[in-house]
Design a protein around this ligand. Sequence first.
Ligand code: BJW
Length: 231
Amino acid sequence: MAAMADIRNIVILTGAGVSAESGIDTFRGGGGLWEQHRVEDVATPEAFARDPDLVLRFYDMRRAAIQEKEPNPAHAALARLDAEWPGELLIVTQNVDDLHERAGARRVLHMHGTHLNAWCAACDARSRWTGPLIDRPPCPACDAQALRPDVVWFGEMPYGMERIYGALRSADLFVSVGTSGAVYPAAGFVRDARELGTQTLELNLERSQGSTWFDETRLGPASELVPAWVD
Ligand code: BJW
């Protein structure tokens, strides 16, 4: 790995593992079931069309649970880095929780959406939404009962892809924290970075699916590895 003194621009990809020690379940591995369903079978527009009650109930529970959780030392360390880093820095999170922001990070992009917003399938408006959606409240913009969580399901286009690829093109260092590398396009960022000649570092509890693409992998809990890397 190049010394940090040689690094100017950084892209940090985070996944469910960064929030695991805050008490938010990961998707895969132990306990990674979505009420006995694989996430790949239910986090889809087709599953929502088939059984909207199941999906809305799940997200209502998850939204309420996330609001009770607190950032952990990994979020805090990334927020310190964001505040102090003089070059370009982008935290690209796959997480729909807002723990990076609540720890104080500002340069955050939620590529899979956020639990704090609802999206109206009738008029395309996004609204801040922290309450339940199961009772089909009307959209504040158009009154249609067509609100769903503003999250990205399988088969949908993740948010901010142009900005992400732009940041990857100018990055000197790509760091991946707490993600299994099972879901694209995020899982492909390490390959993209390597092809651009960017240094790559993985911080994870166990090796991810794309682990061999990283220049260096450090294994352990994010709450220890991230502060040790940042400070
Ligand atoms: C710790 C830890 C601790 C634990 N400390 N670490 C065939 C081949 C290739 C691609 C496809 C394919 N068929 C279909 C596709 C595309 C598809 C896809 O990837 N499918 C796969 C199943 C193969 N992808 C899509 O459809 C995406 N859209 C798309 O591709 O559009 C077209 C496009 C084309 C070109 C460019 C751009 C776009 C959309 C994907 C949407 C994913 N949505 C979800 C749900 C979001 C809403 C919600 O939160 O409920 O996003 S699924 C779920 O997985 C969620 C996560 O963000 C995502 C990734 O999971 P993550 O974060 O990696 O969590 P886990 O649980 O998998 O891993 C946790 C890791 O942490 C583990 O490694 C642990 O070890 C570690 N860990 N504790 C450190 N304490």
